[in-house]
Design a protein around this ligand. Structure first.
Ligand SMILES: *[C@@H]1O[C@H](CO)[C@@H](O)[C@H](O)[C@H]1NC(C)=O
Length: 475
């Protein structure tokens, strides 16, 4: 089996025989670590028993010390949870920042005749990670039950991402460049919705809808894709299902002229056609028609993010493709998207974040969503606080993927001359709930802050209030 054929198996669910093979060799590293964890646990248990035997006095002393230590004890149990984000043995050898950062530009390129796919994702088989850093990230988004996987899809001019569907995820995409003609077939097959997308627009494919993406422009298309699962994405491509269906069954179902002989005349290509581009395309296809369905249908699957309301701050601009209750402030077409999004389980809120040179998206956290972002341009510095014992700052550049688990405090600073631009996804289709650092400082009474920080109450008047929201600020 050649390389790209193997890639297919990575993306599609394994056949029963492959499954069994996998089971046999399933994550030997993990099993070992599970065993050693069990051993440690047993040793701890034994130690506890010995402590008990040693005397009630000692035990109660330890107990008192623990109780007096309550806040720190809480912190360390949080730390334990955070550490499990990156998981056991390996995370000890990897910079903790890789639980929140994946350098996707360096990730393996899955090459197909018509384009390329790259992934930031969880792998069930640890051997499929390229390196420890990638494993730390994959395990982190899985352990946090992030409901997110990220990928980039590059399609050459005239190339086609084959019609396919995902068992276990909605898909939200952002077209960074190019023009594509999209098709979506909904349950029952009564409708196919087709439309053109151009750069700066957002697409939405609910779980198990059959969809395709055809590059109808002259340059490459680059899609930035978010899938709403932290497990391995399960996908079937239309050509694969056709060739895996027995010929007589396919003939009975499609009832073609010529019957089974016609079905037999189909030739399976040696290379995986997930993204395809036949060399003799002009010979095969004449007068393709790229029509667009009627508006009310189209806008369920499609949102003009670039053309949407800009939320402006002193240091940058935010735009959203999201659900808004009662459609307040949305155009008629935007409302169609908003309502459709809200009708689906586990849909995402997407957004672009632009931070001017030297701007700061101040420290904040989200009550109700994990966040994943991809750096489209610029560079910056990011900091995240998970717990007193897990805090990390790191630099980011084009092609990096960041992950901020729900509740963790994070900031983003733009550090070069050009704007820092992100596409962001939040794991909620409800309204995003956020709290910024200046807001929680202003809302906490001065006397509470004075007591907490051992500082005179008056001193806190030095922290000014501004008329304009400082979510993204400038010095
Ligand atoms: C979609 O784009 C293609 C290629 O640019 C064009 O031929 C076609 O007319 C467009 N369709 C619509 C409905 O705008």
């Amino acid at each position: 089996m050649d390389n790209s054929g193997f890639e297919l198996h990575e993306e599609t669910p394994p056949s029963p025989s492959v499954k069994m093979e996998r089971k046999k060799q399933e994550h030997p590293g993990e099993k070992k670590s599970r065993w050693s964890l069990l051993n440690i646990f047993l040793v701890c248990l034994l130690a506890c028993a010995i402590t008990t035997v040693l005397g009630v006095l000692v035990l109660s002393l330890v107990y008192t010390a623990n109780t007096g230590f309550k806040p720190k004890y809480d912190a360390s149990s949080q730390k334990h949870r955070a550490a499990s984000v990156g998981n056991s043995v390996t995370s000890a050898q990897v910079d903790p920042k890789f639980q929140f950062l994946h350098q996707l530009a360096k990730a393996k390129k899955h090459e197909f005749p018509g384009g390329t796919i790259q992934w930031s994702r969880f792998r069930k088989n640890a051997n499929e990670y390229q390196n420890k850093e990638e494993m730390a990230f994959g395990r982190s988004i899985n352990a946090q039950r992030s409901k997110m996987t990220f990928g980039t899809l590059r399609i050459k001019s005239k190339g086609l991402r084959a019609p396919h569907w995902h068992f276990n995820a909605n898909e939200h995409g952002y077209l960074l460049k190019g023009t594509a003609w999209i098709g979506v077939v909904d349950a029952g097959g009564n409708t196919v919705t087709t439309y053109n997308v151009t750069a700066g627009q957002v697409i939405f494919f609910p779980r198990n809808t059959v969809h395709w993406l055809k590059n109808v422009g002259t340059e490459d298309c680059l899609f930035l894709l978010f899938f709403t699962t932290h497990e391995e994405l399960q996908t079937l491509d239309l050509d694969d299902t056709f060739f895996l269906t027995p010929e007589d069954i396919a003939a009975r179902s499609l009832k073609p002229q010529g019957g089974v002989a016609f079905i037999r005349s189909f030739q399976r290509q040696a290379e995986d056609q997930a993204v395809n581009l036949p060399p003799n395309l002009a010979e095969l296809v004449q007068n393709p028609n790229y029509q667009q369905s009627e508006d009310p249908l189209v806008w369920r699957y499609f949102f003009d993010l670039k053309g949407s309301t800009e939320f402006r701050f002193p240091g940058g601009i935010i735009q959203f493709a999201r659900y808004v209750k009662d459609g307040k402030g949305l155009s008629t077409n935007e409302r169609i998207y908003s309502e459709f999004l809200h009708s689906k389980e586990d849909a995402l809120t997407l957004g672009t974040l632009r931070i001017y040179s030297n701007g700061l998206r101040q420290p904040h956290f989200h009550f109700n969503a994990n966040e994943m972002g991809y750096v489209i341009s610029g560079c910056g510095q990011v900091g995240i606080i998970v717990s007193p014992s897990l805090t990390t700052d790191f630099t980011i550049g084009v092609g990096d993927v960041v992950f901020f688990p729900v509740g963790t405090q994070h900031y983003i600073k733009s550090t070069c001359d050009e704007e820092l631009v992100f596409i962001l996804a939040f794991s909620t289709a409800n309204q995003l709930q956020t709290l910024d650092m200046d807001d929680y400082f202003h809302r906490t009474p001065d006397h509470i802050l004075a007591q907490l920080f051992f500082k005179k109450q008056d001193e806190f008047k030095k922290i000014p209030h501004f008329n304009e929201d400082q979510a993204i600020n400038l010095p």
